[in-house]
Design a protein around this ligand. Structure first.
Ligand code: TYD
Length: 132
C-alpha cells in the first residue's frame, strides 16, 4: 500500500523534547497545514480519498487509528508518537478513529484545500481505483 511511516528527527533533553520537520523529510512541497483537536470520544474523521493530494499525518499529542484502504486491501496504523509521521499518497481511502482524549492530529498537505480533489463516496473510490 502506498503509505509510509517516516521518522521525524528529535532532540531529547531532560528539559523536554523537540522534533523538527524540515522540507527534506517530506517528499512534497508544503502548501497547507491543518490540525484536528477537541475530537469527541467515539468520533470519526476522514472517510475520503484524494485524487492528487499527498498528506503527512502526525499525532502531536495522544493517539488515534488511521484505517487505510487502497481499493484492494485494508490496514490500520496507530499513530501515537510525535516523532513519527504517516505519509499517505493519493488514491488511498482513509478513516481516522479511536481518538484518545486530548489528542491532536497535525496534517501537512501538498496542496491548498480543493473540494474537487476529494472522493467522499466509498463505492466511487473503489470504481475509481479499479479503473487505474
Ligand atoms: P473534512 O474533509 O470533512 O474533514 P475530515 O476529513 O478531517 O473529517 O472537512 C470538514 C470541513 O472543513 C469541510 O466543510 C471542509 C472544510 N475544510 C476546509 O475548508 N479546508 C481544509 O483544509 C479542510 C481539511 C477542511
Amino acid at each position: 500500500m502506498n503509505v509510509k511511516i517516516i521518522e521525524i528527527p528529535k532532540i531529547t533533553e531532560p528539559r523536554g523534547n523537540l522534533s523538527i520537520i524540515e522540507k527534506d523529510i517530506i517528499p512534497f512541497e508544503i502548501n497547507r497545514v491543518y490540525y484536528l483537536y477537541d475530537v469527541p470520544s467515539g468520533s470519526e474523521r476522514g472517510g475520503h480519498s484524494h485524487k492528487n493530494l499527498l498528506e503527512f499525518l502526525i499525532a502531536l499529542s495522544g493517539s488515534f487509528d488511521v484505517v487505510l484502504n487502497d481499493g484492494k486491501e485494508s490496514k490500520t496504523i496507530t499513530l501515537n508518537k510525535p516523532y513519527e509521521g504517516l505519509l499517505i499518497n493519493p488514491g488511498i481511502w482513509r478513516e481516522l478513529n479511536n481518538f484518545s482524549s486530548g489528542s491532536v492530529c497535525l496534517v501537512i498537505a501538498s496542496e491548498v484545500y480543493e473540494e474537487e480533489d476529494y472522493i467522499r463516496d466509498f463505492e466511487e473510490f473503489v470504481n475509481f481505483s479499479n479503473c487505474k
